[in-house]
Design a protein around this ligand. Sequence first.
Ligand code: UD1
Ligand code: MG
Length: 456
Amino acid sequence: MSLSIIILAAGQGKRMRSRLPKVLHKLAGRTLLEHVYVSALQLNFREAHIVYGYGGRQVPETLAHLQAVNWVEQKKQLGTGHAVRQAIAHIPTVDDVLILYGDVPLITYQTLQRLVDAADETGFSLLTSYIDDPKGYGRIIRDGKGDVLRIVEEKDATDEESSVCEINTGMMTVKAKYLSRWLEELESNNRQGEFYLTDIVQKAVAEGISISTANPDAVSEIRGINDRVQLAEMERYYQLVQAHHLMRQGVTLMDPARFDLRGELEAGRDINIDVNVVLEGSISIGDDVTIGANCQIKDADIADGVVILPNCVIENAVIGERCRIGPFARIRPRTRLAKDVHIGNFVEVKNTEVASGSKINHLSYIGDAEIGKDTNIGAGTITCNYDGANKHKTIIGNDVHIGSDTQLIAPVKIGNGVTIGAGTTVTRDIEPNRLVHNKIEHREVKGWKRPKKKQE
Ligand code: UD1
Ligand code: MG
């Protein structure tokens, strides 16, 4: 016997008031549906069938990278029972079926494993939870002995049934051979005119099949997202959980409420992160790294001892040991800085390798370049890498000193030990150890009268 998974993700999520299907909205940088999928992925299963509908191909196209997924379309959203019915034909009758919701992102794999295990003996388990405010959920109705009898949807519930605090999370494990039969028998004669998956509970009871229940470790695991307020609340909750985890690992966060990790962080010890830092994608940070306030860092590798001063934007870059970046620096994709490199304020670096000990400290644009060791690039230096049609490379050697306000017209190669005077436009390659400067005349006009604005 093996496990097949169905994830329901066809609903529009009306209350999101969005053109985007609800499950494609993001929590901590990842779609809601992927959160569910990633938890499920840790189980031992045969295949995951994801039921999509609202928004057409948008959901499968956006998440085409997910492995071991069979995308099943539900053309009209006629209820959870109808949604499961679309997928059941793809599932071998010997399997157990785990049913999940694409809009309940924080479900953990441990809870899912418990739910699957709970179905071992009975062939049918429900994930239920006790909550103080059960509004909106289906209620679990048990008999005098405590056995589950049925699930009643809130809209169909009597006042007495509404007062029950044990709710249906929607997640369940059922043997495929039962499920396929019960799905055929579902009817939509209820207040919402939908085919309720939950009606299979009564069918099981009628056949003398008892239903086991499992509970999540935390209520947050079973919370669904219905609108953007809940999405934001869950984002803050999730960020705080991540922040606490990082702090316990040895990362200092000046304010855990003003820290965002939207992806994966591999963190060393004694990292100090000031407020409003956003980390995205896949990030690794070594030991003894300091990150100033208001930095945005995406897909970066940051080595030990790096100091990033406030207001920097770094994307797809490798930052070597003890580099010092910012404040107000922009490190763009495919930049690699070796150790002890300094990148100062208002400097933009793109697709560039900088060897150890070199400095670009003020107001420069360095793109498509290779820079050697211990080279100093003066304020306002620009690599003119773009001729209006193509990009060209600038290669600068070791121990080069470039004066302020220099333009390097690429393609160009500057040899080791070259010195370039301030205000030079370099238009051709320079041999090592030369001094280069343009001939600039210093003119003075005595008693110069500034033009005046004409009176109307
Ligand atoms: C459902 C349960 C309710 C439970 C609650 C938990 C039923 C009848 N009710 O109610 O007992 O307490 O979830 O959140 O099952 N979906 C589809 N196709 C459809 C309808 C829904 O894929 O035709 C998907 C939705 O996208 C969503 C999930 O199924 O991910 C749940 O649907 P929703 O309409 O939110 O069900 P509820 O009324 O909340
Ligand atoms: Mg719902």
